[in-house]
Design a protein around this ligand. Sequence first.
Ligand code: DQA
Length: 146
Amino acid sequence: MPPIVLVLNGPNLNLLGTREPATYGHETLADISALCGRTAEELGLAVEFRQTNQESELIDWIHGARGRCAGIVINPAAWTHTSVAIRDALVASEVPVIEVHLSNVHARETFRHHSFVSSIAIGVMCGFGSHGYRLALEHFSQRLKG
Ligand code: DQA
């Protein structure tokens, strides 16, 4: 059974493709899911790819990763900048976390410069578009090989 990496996406990311394309590009969430699926196959990982607009649902998925998943790749979207609850859930899961953002949040509004997740993540990918998800999966693959 290949190691499972949970790829989680927060609010409004279901609108990718039509949502502010100048900032987030033209790829849809289905495109990113397909990219993660192909990458996982190449690397010998099993990916579970999910998106929600409900914070409690995201927290339940994080709880479900404990003792089951080898890694979490998370784009918490707007909750990055607001949610202590998501940070606490990630810490409680005891699963290594990589934070991903499509855009370079540090080159945007100042309210996007602070993340509740970054300081508990093993790394952050931001500004590389969907490639950031691939880079995160590659890192987990390397890390799992020791
Ligand atoms: C985002 C950046 C966040 O600031 C924003 O709220 C999002 C998307 C990104 O992927 O660039 O919804 O996480």
